[in-house]
Ligand binder design. Structure first.
Ligand SMILES: [Zn+2]
Ligand SMILES: [Zn+2]
Length: 144
């Protein structure tokens, strides 16, 4: 399976070797600002399932996370919890055909803009989703 995506101008391209999972809308302030949009739909893939083509994206470290933007035209493409995280998040709207990848959850509702309408049929979380929190707690336990 190959799912292609890329930036606005076409200078940066990427391929996913598997379908993105953990699809969700993030309403956090950082996602909003970085995309200039009221919320951002993300999907995750294992790091090895993302293949970059064209120019190397520009990486911006902010709030302990790494966001990647197309160096050519600035499209926000990727999000990493850390440089060695097992998964990398993709902006679903940068896929050539995002239609099949509807969000399955809503996160960071705490930061939601009052005029954004939320799909009430989706599980929603005030901050990050439970599964992500669980992972973090597990990591903490392992560390210490
Ligand atoms: Zn571009
Ligand atoms: Zn966010």
């Amino acid at each position: 399976m190959e799912i292609a995506g890329g930036c606005l101008c076409g200078g940066t391209r990427y391929i996913l070797k598997t379908a993105p999972f953990s699809l969700g809308d993030c309403h956090c302030i950082d996602c909003r600002r970085s995309c200039g949009a009221p919320c951002v739909t993300w999907g995750s893939v294992r790091r090895k399932d993302l293949v970059l083509g064209g120019r190397e994206p520009r990486k911006v470290a902010h709030a302990g996370r790494i966001r990647s933007f197309a160096a050519c035209c600035g499209t926000h493409l990727f999000f990493e919890e850390s440089a060695d995280s097992g998964t990398i998040d993709i902006t679903i709207a940068s896929l050539d055909d995002p239609a099949a990848f509807a969000p399955q959850k809503v996160i960071w509702l705490e930061d939601r803009l009052p005029w954004v309408v939320i799909d009430q049929s989706l599980p929603a979380f005030p901050k990050s989703s439970a599964e992500r929190e669980a992972k973090k707690n597990k990591a903490k336990k392992l560390k210490g």
